[in-house]
Design a protein around this ligand. Structure first.
Ligand SMILES: NC(=O)c1ccc[n+]([C@@H]2O[C@H](COP(=O)([O-])OP(=O)(O)OC[C@H]3O[C@@H](n4cnc5c(N)ncnc54)[C@H](OP(=O)(O)O)[C@@H]3O)[C@@H](O)[C@H]2O)c1
Length: 350
């Protein structure tokens, strides 16, 4: 049993050897998901694993909650076999928690932080654990009214939505935004941000039974692969920006669905096709339409602060599909693999 009580957390820090004493006051082992080979949800167990020792440039975070991601599913089921994944690996590309040991950083003990990407859960151990040792430059302070579960639903999903909408699509209130493949955590986040900004949003799903989940959009459309025809035949205003979460499978159709001067941002791969053989930029990108892509590997403290401040300012609560306790991680992963949950799955750890 792990003792994670706050009396340990606020250990006396007055002596010169304080960092060592924090380590000593921590339990020697923690619960974690540790992978060495492809692992369907049924094989997932919490095991005892040493609490990481802090080192220069890295901070020790007590994980309070973390979100699940599609890319972790890919890692767990197949990518773990590649050479560039450290093994054994604790997966998890994001988390929310508190600083237990700031090491040589400017963080202070007890500070509320989030962390994401930058190799987390791939080239160094990630967040499916009670404690996580993380590079200080990939840990960001947060000020928010949100609960731990809500805070943990934000980092990867909202950073990706934010970067796609504002950095890549340069979204403005007067835009008409198409979100292709909107019934996923990222789609719901993008819809929420765009509506808060004041945009008109047309959102698509590939499942008729999910159309009602897009009630916050101005229009919800069933995507059969030929949106351009469907939108042209409708009374919808011209699309000025498009966030494509389905990816290469329908990218050419998304490019023709936007108006001249419009921008398409390809961010997702829900369609299961990663790259486009035979893509002809001259013919496949219509004249005067712009194509960009977003990769969430480079978060900054400023952007993360802006996101939480935007959510607070607009009184928005991140949409969450389900919350599971850490002890039920295998069930959560099973429900994710079998598409049972709509939206972000969050695991509550401590
Ligand atoms: N570029 C980046 O840096 C970045 C960062 C984060 C995520 N992503 C990508 O963004 C996408 C969404 O991520 P997420 O974490 O939000 O996913 P998620 O919440 O795990 O959603 C996955 C679900 O999307 C549903 N879906 C909706 N439209 C779909 C379609 N047209 N085709 C297939 N499935 C569809 C599927 O359920 P149903 O079939 O039941 O509808 C699937 O279970 C993923 O492709 C992910 O890899 C990219």
């Amino acid at each position: 049993m792990i003792n994670s009580g706050s009396s340990l957390f606020f250990a006396d820090m007055t002596s010169a050897s304080a960092p060592d004493r924090i380590q000593e006051s921590l339990p020697p082992a923690m619960k974690a998901v540790v992978l060495t080979e492809p692992s369907p949800a049924e094989k997932i167990r919490l095991t005892d694993y040493p609490v990481p020792k802090v080192r220069l440039g890295w901070v020790l975070v007590r994980v309070k909650a973390f979100g699940l991601n599609h890319s972790e599913q890919l890692l767990r089921l197949s990518e773990i076999q590649t050479d560039y994944i450290q093994k054994p690996i604790i997966p998890g590309i994001e988390c929310a928690g508190e600083i237990i040991d700031p090491s040589d950083s400017t963080f202070v003990r007890g500070q509320k932080v989030v962390a994401l990407m930058g190799g987390m859960g791939r080239s160094f151990n990630g967040s499916y654990a009670q404690y996580s040792l993380l590079p200080a430059h990939h840990v960001f302070p947060v000020l928010t009214r949100l609960s731990w579960e809500e805070t943990a639903a934000v980092p990867e999903t909202y950073f990706t939505a934010w970067g796609s909408l504002f950095e890549c699509l340069r979204l403005k209130a007067e835009d008409v935004l198409l979100i292709r493949g909107a019934t996923c955590a990222l789609g719901y986040a993008a819809l929420q941000l765009a509506k808060a900004l004041g945009c008109k949003v047309i959102a698509t799903t590939h499942r008729r039974e999910k159309i009602h989940l897009l009630k916050n959009a101005d229009a919800a459309v069933l995507d059969d692969g030929s949106l351009t025809k469907k939108l042209q035949a409708s009374a919808f205003p011209p699309i000025t920006k498009a966030l494509d979460l389905v990816g290469s499978r329908y990218l050419k159709d998304t490019l023709t669905a936007v108006a001249k001067g419009g921008i398409v941002c390809s961010t997702g791969i829900l369609g299961g096709i990663y790259s486009l053989n035979g893509f002809d930029p001259i013919k496949d990108i219509p004249n005067g339409v712009y194509l960009t892509g977003f990769f969430s590997n480079y978060p900054t403290a400023q952007t993360m602060a802006d996101i939480y401040s935007f959510l607070d300012h607009h009184n928005l609560t991140p949409s969450i599909g389900a919350v599971y306790p850490f002890s039920h991680i295998a069930q959560a992963l099973y429900d994710m693999d079998s598409h049972k949950i709509d939206g972000k799955i969050v695991i509550r750890v401590n």
